[in-house]
Design a protein around this ligand. Structure first.
Ligand SMILES: [Zn+2]
Length: 350
């Protein structure tokens, strides 16, 4: 199928201005003249989506002003449109098709544009900046004076005698960076979260990134270096491939003290273990446990925020290891399970 190129957003070619990250010296520009500065005027979502698709990247709609996919959980599938032959996840629905893109974003002009990294053959390195309340990095990173993701990546490269390969780069809304690399052929990489270094996430199968030209919470994502994504450097591939998996041991909690609390604690831990040990039908396991905890929330034994956190923690191991099981899906399943549980409150005797 053919994808029309975004028109009306073409910009004049411009001499190369290799850019360097001021505080760290990370080279984000290329010396081969391939920089094409972005149009300073705001692009429409249709133009943003068509531009990404023209690069061969599969796009998906995001909720207005947010980073989350505009999607629905399997158990609330309307079975219409892209789901008419059965539910499809946002990753499965991500498209390159120009007509689909134009129709969708013309009808939903407030929706943002995400890029599904897996189908697009991309690995995006997401370099964050510390948020208030973030845990400080471990002593070994602190000793290197590392305070941002971009700095941590430079240190990782230096440890193996390399530097950060310049590639297509986007400045994120909160002052971080997205570095786009070509995924290696024949390997299905999944997301990593903070496991290769502090403030470094990587997005591949099961992941998506906010496209350049979008605004999240009023903050723009800006293309800073326009070039075809460089192949993922082997040293970075090695780190991502061998990233330690999150702990699979059961998540256990203690809810207060006393007999009533002991009862609640046992009930919660039973549900969390059920999710952790689920080998198939993980979404069902998350849903069932969310219903059970939703009943306790409705009965006043737990807060909804605590129940959500515990369920997410228990499901986290599956998300990290199974590319078809995504955070968006987990979150949607948890909230729909909690809602179902709330209709049948379960009180715990004092
Ligand atoms: Zn559906």
């Amino acid at each position: 199928m053919t994808v029309p190129c975004a028109d009306g957003t073409a910009v004049p070619s411009h001499p190369s201005h290799p850019q360097t990250h001021r505080s760290t010296g990370v080279p984000l520009g290329r010396r081969d003249g391939s920089i094409r500065p972005t149009d300073p005027s705001p692009a429409t979502p249709v133009a943003v989506a068509l531009d990404a698709a023209a690069r061969g990247w599969y796009v998906l709609p995001l909720l207005p002003g947010e980073k989350r996919p505009a999607s629905h959980p399997a158990d609330r599938c309307p079975c219409t449109g892209p789901c008419r032959d059965g539910h499809r996840t946002w990753e499965q629905r991500a498209t390159l098709d120009g007509a689909t893109i134009t129709a969708y974003w013309s009808a939903h002009p407030t929706h943002g544009v995400g890029i599904a990294t897996g189908p697009s053959g991309l690995v995006v390195v997401d370099l964050d900046t510390p948020k208030p309340g973030d845990r400080p990095p471990s002593a070994v990173w602190a000793a290197e004076g590392v305070r941002t993701g971009v700095h941590a990546l430079t240190v990782l490269a230096r440890r193996v005698g390399e530097s950060v390969t310049p590639t297509y780069a986007v400045r994120t809304g909160r002052g971080g960076w997205h570095l786009y690399y070509q995924a290696p052929a024949g390997v299905r990489l999944t997301n990593t979260g903070r496991s290769i270094g502090p403030w470094i996430d990587t997005r591949a199968w099961g992941g998506q990134v906010v496209a350049a030209g979008n605004t999240v919470s009023g903050r723009p994502y800006t293309l800073t270096h326009d070039a075809p994504p460089a192949p993922l450097p082997p040293w970075l591939f090695q780190l991502i491939q061998t990233a330690p998996l999150p702990p699979q041991r059961p998540v256990r909690v203690a809810v207060g003290a006393g007999r009533r609390s002991a009862y609640i604690t046992a009930a919660v831990n039973r549900q969390l273990a059920y999710i952790t040990h689920a080998t198939g039908g993980r979404n069902n396991a998350v849903y069932r446990s969310a219903v059970a905890l939703g009943q306790l929330v409705a009965g006043g034994a737990l807060t909804e925020a605590d129940a959500t956190d515990m369920l997410k923690q228990a499901a986290g191991g599956h998300v990290a290891t199974d590319p078809t099981f995504t955070w968006a899906e987990v979150e949607a399943t948890i909230s729909s399970g909690l809602r179902a549980g709330a209709r049948r409150p379960r009180a715990v005797p004092a």
